[in-house]
Design a protein around this ligand. Sequence first.
Ligand code: ATP
Length: 618
Amino acid sequence: MSAATPRADLMQARRDFFDRHAEPMGVVPPSILRSWRRCVERGFDSHAEPRIEPVGSAALREHHERSERLIRLCRPELEALAGEARDTGSLVILTDGGGLVLDAVGDPGFAGKAAGVALRPGVLWAEAAAGTNAIGAALVERRPTEVRGAEHYFESHRILTCAAAPILDPRGALLGALDLSGAASIPHLHALSLIRLGVDQIEHRMFAEGFEGCDVVRLHVDPALLGTPQEGVAVFEGARLVAANRHALKLLGLDWNALGARSFGDLFEGGHLGRAEERTLRDRSGTLLHARLPARATVVPGARLRPSPAPAAPAADGPVFDPATRANLARAVKLVDGDIPILIQGETGSGKEMFARAVHAASARAEKPFVAVNCAALPEGLIESELFGYEHGAFTGARRAGSKGLLREADGGVLFLDEIGDMPLPLQARLLRVVQERAVTPLGGGRPTPLDVRLICATHRDLQGLSAQQAFRPDLYFRLAQFTFALPPLRTLPDRTALIEALWRGLPTDGRRIGADGLEALRRYDWPGNHRELVGVLKAMIALSSPGETLGPDLLPATVLAASSALARPAENAEGGLEAMARGAMLSAIEACGGNVAAAARKLGVSRSTLYRRALGR
Ligand SMILES: Nc1ncnc2c1ncn2[C@@H]1O[C@H](COP(=O)(O)OP(=O)(O)OP(=O)(O)O)[C@@H](O)[C@H]1O
């Protein structure tokens, strides 16, 4: 294809799409079509000149400093591909996760032409800025993408043909993109393959450091590919999968959500890797994989959780713990492995179930079931049969075959009794018998069946207080709460910023960043809904913005903005900016409460006098 003589069918497709608003069928690859649609939604005019300006040299220096590790990691590929780029009259380009061009090397002649359309360091090639292009689309879609000539959204970019692939870190976070761009008039048959290979090498190198204390398992169906950048790499912390490359996820039929959520035993038959340096493994679909791991590796079902290499290592949407909770997690694993029942206390949303699941994943029973029962959610009439099971014909409506019951479902594994404080008293007596006798008798009689479970209970209530008032059986309390862990409310954490940042890193941010103002507002708010509320707000900020953007406090819900700002000492607030937005949010809250200042103050969690002073200037 050439810029001067573009493919007639593609030009027809452009006219159909842009002028007649018709969907061109079969001519334009689906990923390009999706990108065109996103650009139309942004209101971009394909005939106009995109407004993409380079940042100043000081700002570019700052971007370089922030991406120092990425640039260092990519240096060998940039140098290797620069030769290829010179030979084919093209440029190899590295961007950060937001699509800002950090470096461009290759053919000086083409570099001049590319600069004419602002394809040069310091310019943002995110889709939200530059329309459909390979860098932007690869970052949005998180997959290698090629955009040729008139497939670019803006007409002025037709002179380019580009191939780019996103660079993902071992936990799935988007770090940047590698791109090969040249003149549309020259065919670049292997550009995408070269870029893919380059990114494979960069991503492979990332496993060389940062996983001390973990088991790094290398996998491939073809033993000849072990040790190459095409091998799958899966990292286990204890028995839990905590990091991987794309090849490993593909080999095992997983996506990034598996990190933090899947254990060794979920993935492989036998559930035991032992100390052999090379061996074969069978995955759960029966495929035989060749595996290599360092001689010291000990991925066994019972492996303990080792100290995490990162301060609060996040997996996409996986648990993130503050340092004190992480230390408690390691103790909880030891207790549960030692068959000592533990009680987790914490306010709503503080992550009690997440903590219990993490204990299970790192315990000797990681390969065995984790059965969670919410005692508050089960209807009182059903809880007994659900928990203890029943014999055939035990009561009207019982299934013919009877039911095993949740306690026996957990046999061999971990039973998590959530909201244990809400368990009705008569059931507490039965549960006490189960705990004492380690056997369960189903409803309707039958012989007691031995039960082998490790117990974790959780509650947001003051169980000790309830047991002192006989509202909870004290004998059961002392059986279940042999060791109590209190999960801290977010407002009491000494370093909330680190936790917010770690949770943010675990989300699919596509190069978005939280600006200083936004982070400050998030830090100040006291999060009555704890992790649940915070994760919800972070996800909402992502939904309300575009990849590559820097997010400000304007994306925060009024309650967060107003309360967080109202909590700050007035002297801390700069004039305008955050303060003005907070005042706006407070006024909206008052309006939403029909002018009732007391109700608005309650809703925002601030005092009435604060609201009068800050919102109404009285
Ligand atoms: N440590 C954590 N890391 C990341 N996200 C978390 C963490 N803890 C909680 N969350 C988020 O909060 C949500 C609620 O967590 P969880 O159900 O564990 O809380 P809980 O304390 O058991 O809540 P409740 O008392 O209301 O049942 C999770 O789905 C997750 O999105």
